[in-house]
Design a protein around this ligand. Structure first.
Ligand code: PTT
Ligand code: SF4
Length: 619
């Protein structure tokens, strides 16, 4: 029997159809090879989903996974990965959410929760240590997330960890997210819709234990040093004042602020979205558990309602739609949070509709900057109230099929996931990061844009750019997503990365070095890539290197404003970058892992699985 330190060694499994509950004691190999979080999720989904599973069927699984650092008394450890086969992309999907549920899950004695099947009528999954039950949720089904969460807390206790969905998840909008704590949202590629398809309104968790650690004193000392270091960083004060909202000004100055459906990188009203308005209208500050650099800035939006604002939300629902004025954009943000729908995809689908209207491709469309129209349209999308709403609720990739044969050129997505808030006309490395992200066009894995802008070779396509993308994917998408801790202490304030393997060793007693964690990261990337290839192959969607291309607009329509006037991506040079990327990853010319690569990471069973469904692997 394994004596676990750091990890709890247990995965809770719940089948909503049969009511069966199992506690799986997993083996050390899973922990060492996949660490936790995204690693566990990817392995479980690869192993357990029948190829070609319908994402909204009871057979799909929702994985909620912590890692060995989650919930420990160390910096920014209150995070969870939520993963599933995505109804938006048809591939692997996940998101990372800061939540009390992370702490409660580990206190209850589990590293992960795997939910399959579906309820007949809406319910809550209530977990209290070893007690697991389903309770009816008719009191909140159909209700917005803010009201629902308050009712759920009144019923189960204010201190419970709660993950829930809103009407978007219930109505199966493929970019519905899982939300919590009035302004935290995770699982962009439709994790909320997967929960909705299972008629699961909320997961409520309470735990009375604590994860045990191997070297308590060492962990305490390291954590205390890290907490102090974070507070002493030069950027600390500014960060806690403005959080991610500082990025609006930076993006405008760097010409990467998404504007008019990613047609431009500068917005004429950008200043009305700057961080000084956060300061002016701030009502409070909040953060995730165990964080001493809280970035949740809550402001009073137009009309007085409170909203936690972040860069992505404001860029995608503001400049990208031609709407200035922070308090107005915050109101759009609030409506998205109430309905439980991803602000990034929402901003991209509405931006698409505005461009299609301008091009006269749709009749009852919507104009740039139409704030009131957008406020209505968000509800139209979530509730399917109008033809335009129903069209956009498909996501931008599917909407192009209805709109016209070449609207795909301005549909801003990669593999079906809408692009997040950075324009890439003049950012080849960031375009590659979007192209090769393991969930579709998300900046979470390789946010290479800051490095690229200051690299002195902004428009270059050199090998060092590809290497940087891989390096960031390993650290951000690999290490942070498997340990499951917030990456912002490192990204924003420069906390030394070396802390993480040391914290892991103190927690688990196992000497895992930074290089070992990078190896785990690559293993996870390979299994996720194999998942995509398997699903697309079985569903006859076709897989080729074109899947790793950013939107056509960035190649075809140059910037017409700002200091980078005339810039656009070069297709030949992008292809060369992609080929080098595949070489570094050990993938073939279509981005499919080679047999030898899978073998190197101990994934021969994955190679076998791919061959069994007819995928031809190169040696
Ligand atoms: C993330 C994506 C982001 S990334 C933002 S703002 W960001 C948007 N937030 C939304 C929101 O809010 N409401 C809504 N209805 N939709 C939203 N969609 C968008 O979703 C998040 C922070 C942030 S704020 C970021 S960058 C960092 N992300 C981390 C990550 O991915 N991993 C990690 N280990 N640490 C991270 N730390 C930071 O956490 P998705 P959160 Mg989110 C209201 O999950 O699917 O990846 O989408 O979790 O608790 O809100 O914290 O400028
Ligand atoms: Fe949460 Fe922000 Fe702290 Fe990260 S930095 S843990 S996102 S409050």
């Amino acid at each position: 029997m394994v004596v676990w330190k750091g990890w709890t060694g247990k995965i809770l499994r719940v089948n909503l159809t049969t009511g069966e509950v199992k506690v799986q004691e997993y083996d050390a190999e899973l922990a060492l090879n996949f660490v936790g979080g995204r690693g566990f999720a990817a392995k479980i989904l690869w192993d357990e989903l029948r190829p070609g599973t319908d994402p909204l069927s009871p057979e799909n699984k929702l994985v909620v996974a912590a890692g060995p650092l989650t919930a420990l008394p160390i910096p920014s450890s209150g995070k969870l990965v939520i993963a599933s086969k995505s109804p938006l992309t048809g591939g692997y999907g996940d998101g990372n959410i800061g939540t009390e549920a992370a702490v409660q899950l580990r206190r209850a004695g589990y590293d992960a929760l795997v939910i399959e099947g579906a309820l007949k009528t809406p319910g809550y999954l209530y977990i209290e240590d070893s007690k697991v039950e389903i309770q009816e949720a008719l009191d909140t089904w159909g209700m917005d997330t803010f009201t629902s969460e308050r009712r759920i807390r009144a019923r189960f206790g204010e201190d419970a960890g709660v993950l829930l969905i809103g009407p978007a998840g219930e109505n199966l909008v493929p970019f519905a997210t899982v939300v919590c704590q009035e302004g935290r949202s995770g699982g962009r590629p439709g994790m909320g819709a997967v929960m909705g398809s299972k008629r699961l309104k909320a997961i409520v968790i309470r735990g009375t234990g604590e994860p045990t650690v191997a070297k308590e004193r060492e962990l305490e000392e390291l954590a205390s040093k890290a907490y102090d270091e974070i507070k002493s960083k030069p950027g600390y004060e500014k960060w806690t004042k403005y959080g991610t909202m500082m990025t609006v000004r930076w993006s405008q100055e760097a010409s990467v602020l998404p504007t008019y459906n990613f047609s431009e990188g500068v917005f004429e009203e950008a200043e009305s979205l700057y961080e000084e308005y956060v300061e002016e209208f701030k009502v409070r500050q909040r953060g995730c558990p165990h964080c001493n650099m809280p970035c949740g800035n809550v402001i009073a939006a137009e009309g007085g309602v409170e909203v936690e604002v972040d860069y992505e939300n404001i860029a995608m629902l503001g400049s990208n739609l031609g709407i200035g004025n922070l308090r107005r954009v915050a109101l759009l943000n609030r409506r998205a949070d109430e309905l439980g729908v991803d602000t990034i995809s929402l901003g991209a689908v509405i931006g698409f509709a505005m461009e299609a209207t301008e091009r006269k491709l749709i009749k009852e469309g919507i104009e740039w900057g139409d704030f009131n129209g957008v406020l209505e349209l968000i509800d139209d999308i979530v509730y399917g109230r109008t033809e335009l709403g129903r069209l956009l609720a498909k996501g931008v990739r599917r909407a192009t099929i209805v709109v016209s044969s070449d609207s795909w050129k301005f549909a801003m997505h990669v593999k079906g996931l809408e692009v997040s808030g950075y324009d890439c006309h003049a950012a080849p490395a960031m375009a590659l990061a979007y192209g090769t992200s393991p969930v579709g066009a998300h900046h979470k894995d390789a946010w290479v844009i800051a490095w690229e802008v200051s690299s002195g070779d902004r428009l270059g396509y050199g090998k060092e750019k590809v290497e940087k993308v891989v390096e960031l994917q390993r650290i951000r998408g690999g290490m942070f997503e498997t340990l499951v801790a917030c990456r912002l202490p490192w990204v924003e304030l420069g906390l030394d990365l070396d802390y993480y393997p040391r914290l892991l060793e103190a927690a688990t007693g196992i000497g895992v070095g930074f290089d070992d964690l990078m190896m785990v990261a690559d293993r996870v990337y390979n299994i996720i890539r194999a998942f995509w290839v398997r699903e697309y192959h079985v569903e006859r969607r076709g897989w080729s290197y074109r899947m790793d291309y950013p939107p056509q607009k960035w190649f075809e329509s140059p910037l017409t404003k700002g200091p980078l006037f005339g810039a656009k991506l070069d297709p030949e040079k992008y292809r060369a970058m992609l080929e080098y990327y595949y070489k570094l990853r050990g993938w073939d010319s279509n981005g499919i892992p080679r047999k030898s690569t899978l073998s190197k990471f101990g994934l021969d069973y994955v190679a076998k699985g791919l061959e069994e469904v007819g995928v031809r692997l190169s040696e």
